[in-house]
Write a protein that binds this ligand. Structure first.
Ligand code: BTN
Length: 350
């Protein structure tokens, strides 16, 4: 359970356009009305009027949502307010948050799935129009970079993938993952009020060298055109790295470890989806100058001595930022700059 801000002793009529949303699930609309009035209450009669149902109908919806783990407080003269959300995803609440943050995106919610990236791949293969998001509490076969597994416990972490159909030249999207990293790091910094969340090229979000999130981008390309693009992110959110497998716990952290308290998963996930959509646009509009400035402020490797293993060789030197195409720039001892397109980076103690 994660709490919402304490209620205020007043009831309001939410300023929310509810007309024309005939396709919206009534439970999601009900929650949207409560969210937009929060921290105030909404009376049963206002809810009944806006949902075009009887007060008994409203009561039945609220009972069902409570059974599904939402804490909806009732006060005799004031009405209802949402006071806490469950730790696992609730579909109507997720849809309500998506509306609330104005992210225009269809979402698919799962309790467990093999991998959200694989599910996006299947949906794209079945003709689903982009963009859309797949989220899951748990993954049985979460995938990481370089064929690794991604640790995905039953609940507490975020696993989200978004599918796009860009149909644009590859050149336009070569800094896509870096753009995502910059915008997501800024979002997580704002949620946690923590300025130490940084980026480790190319796809890790770290805090003092401990991993807090990882990104996996997969694309299908046909004659230089990106046909489908899948962006997946796993964030250690309300879990505690103490409980991670031994091989991960020393090198990982979570937002909860960082702030000492749990985050509201639904709101953060909705903001995350909105951020993924807007950084996709920023990248496609190709303003790399802005990317370099932002990356420079968040770069965890800047001026550090590093080693990059790319499968063929080990490149040693000082990390000195990123190049136009998103490669990592490494300055060797003789002052020569080498560009690295992919590989595994480790920070050296020397
Ligand atoms: C890495 O750091 O190696 C990348 C990890 C990416 C993990 C996410 S979790 C959601 C999405 N689904 C997957 O199977 N992988 C990505």
């Amino acid at each position: 359970m994660t709490k919402y801000p304490p209620g205020l002793r007043k009831s309001v009529n939410p300023r929310l356009k509810t007309k024309g949303n005939t396709l919206e699930n009534p439970s999601s609309l009900l929650l949207r009305l409560l969210l937009s009035a929060s921290p105030y209450y909404v009376s049963g009669s206002v809810l009944a009027d806006r949902l075009k149902m009887s007060r008994v109908g409203v009561w039945a919806r609220i009972s069902k949502l409570r059974k599904d783990g939402l804490l909806i407080e009732a006060s005799q003269n004031r009405g209802y307010r949402l006071s806490a959300e469950p730790s696992k995803y609730n579909r109507p609440l997720m849809e309500a948050w998506i509306h609330q943050v104005q992210a225009k995106c269809k979402i698919f919610v799962h309790d467990t799935i093999d991998s959200t990236n694989s599910e996006v791949e299947r949906l794209l293969a079945n003709g689903e129009a982009g963009p859309f998001a797949v989220i899951s509490n748990q993954q049985s076969n979460g995938r990481g970079r370089l064929g690794r597994k991604w640790y995905s416990p039953t609940s507490g972490n975020i696993h989200i993938s978004v599918g796009f159909r860009p149909n644009v030249n590859l050149i336009k999207l070569r800094t896509f993952t870096l753009w995502q990293g910059v915008c997501i790091a800024e979002l997580l910094r704002s949620f946690s009020a923590n300025k130490s969340i940084s980026l480790k090229w190319p796809n890790d979000l770290v805090v003092n060298e401990k991993k807090i999130a990882g990104m996996l981008t997969e694309a299908s390309i046909n004659s230089e055109e990106v046909r489908t693009l899948i962006f997946g992110i796993g964030i250690n959110l309300n879990s505690s790295s103490k409980h991670f497998p031994k091989s991960l716990s020393d090198n990982s952290t979570s937002l909860k470890d960082l702030t000492g308290h749990k985050q509201r998963t639904h709101e953060l996930s909705a903001q995350l989806i909105k951020t993924i959509l807007s950084s996709y646009k920023q990248c496609a509009d190709n303003n790399n100058k802005e990317l370099f400035v932002k990356w420079g402020k968040l770069d965890a490797l800047s001026q550090r001595n590093i080693e990059v293993s790319n499968g063929k060789e080990i490149i040693k030197g000082k990390a000195v930022g990123i190049d136009n195409d998103g490669s990592l720039k490494i300055k060797s001892r003789n002052g020569r700059i080498r560009l690295v397109q992919s590989g595994e980076v480790s920070v050296c103690k020397w």
